[in-house]
Design a protein around this ligand. Structure first.
Ligand SMILES: Nc1ncnc2c1ncn2[C@@H]1O[C@H](COP(=O)(O)OP(=O)(O)O)[C@@H](O)[C@H]1O
Ligand SMILES: [Mg+2]
Length: 360
């Protein structure tokens, strides 16, 4: 990695959309099609963390594992006991105190235009972990696929009202659409396929990027945290989510192509900050589906840490079949398997998020 380009503070021109310079290792997950986009007009330097241009030059997967590589990170007598999965010393995560007051809500979007990286899983389980601390949490399903709704046991096709109605019909109030879930302190604003029409219909609206912000305004005092599960795109719905938010969490799958497309995401974030929502910040980058048995997953995380530094959460979410299981039962991991490692990881993430975005 070229140190002179790091840390970068300028937006990447689109021509620098990262392409690994090393041959793709096999076997790897097939690449997503490289998205085409027109070059952005130059925007002023900002404090947003922007990766260096060569950050996607991923190391080749290393074949050999050493005994130290294989040692568990949480063994107090092991060689890696002080090093977290992100390769940095593991700090003591601050304990979360009970809330002293209600709201105003921190609004945090889970955003990555790549699908299948853990946005929905993180929305549900981070939301449930924060709700366990006594804070009032609203999850907004903002993906026409309705995965967050399904993951909480709501059947999208049975909905009479969804977030679509709230966005498009002025006479609908949030209270008519929001549902309580089976988890204490956790409410859901559900979505279904109707929402895909909003992407088209919103184009005609005045102040179209502010529609979600406008409809959320009256409920901001009623919640401590509002998490928005974005669709896998950077279209108008996602721009609405970013405009309504003060923070973004970017889930990244710990695999070879994870960093592809991140330049486009940070570019979109920069544009929203410049033109629509100056208070928007990256709360953190979250490594998901981490497999500690491979050095490759750790090499990917090393590279993410090189690019995003302290914005990367110390907590990573390991790969486990428990998450697909929770979707089937329609509840969060914190109630489905409360003492599992997976539940602990989302509770740790909740500690880090609440330390970065204090509420209550
Ligand atoms: N840590 C994990 N380990 C194993 N499977 C996971 C993990 N996180 C998510 N999954 C599964 O991966 C799939 C995609 O995750 P999801 O959260 O829906 O991603 P996205 O919302 O970004 O498309 C789902 O089937 C989910 O159950
Ligand atoms: Mg999803």
């Amino acid at each position: 990695m070229n140190e002179s380009t790091f840390p970068g503070t300028q937006h990447l021109p689109s021509s620098m959309e990262p392409i690994p310079s090393t041959p793709d290792p096999a076997p790897a997950t097939p690449a997503e099609p490289t998205p085409q986009h027109t070059p952005a007009p130059p925007s002023p330097a900002r404090t947003v963390v922007t990766p260096p241009s060569n950050y996607a030059e991923m190391p080749r997967p290393t074949a050999k594992l050493t005994a130290e590589d294989m040692a568990p990170v949480n063994d107090p007598h092991g060689p890696r006991n002080k090093i977290g999965p992100t390769g940095r010393p593991l700090p003591d995560l601050p304990e979360v105190k009970p809330p002293t007051r209600r709201g105003p809500a921190q609004v945090i979007a889970m955003c990555n235009q790549k699908g299948g990286v853990g946005k929905t899983t993180t929305t549900i389980n981070l939301g449930a972990a924060i709700a366990e601390t006594g804070r009032k949490v609203l999850l907004i399903d903002f993906d026409p696929q309705g995965s967050a709704s399904i993951g909480l046991g709501v059947q999208p096709h049975d909905l009479e009202l969804s977030v679509y109605n709230l966005l498009m019909q002025r006479d609908i109030t949030p209270a008519e659409v929001i549902q309580a879930t089976r988890v204490d302190n956790l409410d859901l604003l559900p979505a279904n396929i109707d929402l895909s029409a909003a992407e088209v219909q919103l184009v005609q609206e005045v102040a179209r990027e502010y529609t979600l912000q406008r409809v959320l305004e009256p409920i901001i005092p009623l919640y401590d945290v509002i998490l928005i599960d974005c669709a896998p795109s950077l279209g108008l719905l996602t721009v609405n989510a970013l405009t309504a938010s003060n923070g973004i969490v970017v889930p990244l799958e710990c695999e070879f192509f994870a960093l592809r497309g991140l330049a486009m995401l940070t570019d979109t974030i920069g544009k929203v900050q410049d033109r629509l929502n100056p208070k928007l910040e990256i709360v953190g980058i979250l490594g998901t589906m981490f497999d500690g048995r491979t050095t490759h997953a750790r090499e990917v995380l090393d590279r993410v840490v090189q690019a995003f530094d302290e914005r990367v959460f110390h907590t990573v979410i390991r790969r486990t079949v428990k998450f697909p299981e929770t979707t089937v039962v329609g509840e969060p991991i914190t109630t489905y398997a409360p003492s599992s490692q997976a539940a602990t990881q989302y509770r740790d993430l909740a500690k880090e998020v609440l330390a970065r975005c204090p509420v209550g």
